[in-house]
Design a protein around this ligand. Structure first.
Ligand SMILES: [Zn+2]
Length: 61
């Protein structure tokens, strides 16, 4: 994965970011937990198809 040589703490931090990036978030439009990351800073609700611009690895409405 290209993280060889990094310390344990950094690897853990990367895992945390990864977890947040893969998690589904609550849609501010339809209130369903269906917002997923499309790419860096772009999130989309799978229910109402609305796209949001937010933080790269974490959705903030
Ligand atoms: Zn929605």
């Amino acid at each position: 994965m290209g993280f060889v040589g990094y310390g344990k703490r950094i690897r853990k931090a990367i895992q945390e970011i990864d977890k947040k990036a893969k998690k589904a978030y609550k849609c501010p439009s339809c209130s369903r937990v269906a917002v997923k990351r499309l790419s860096n800073g772009v999130w989309q609700c799978r229910k109402c198809r609305i796209k949001f611009a937010s933080a790269a690895f974490e959705f903030r409405s």
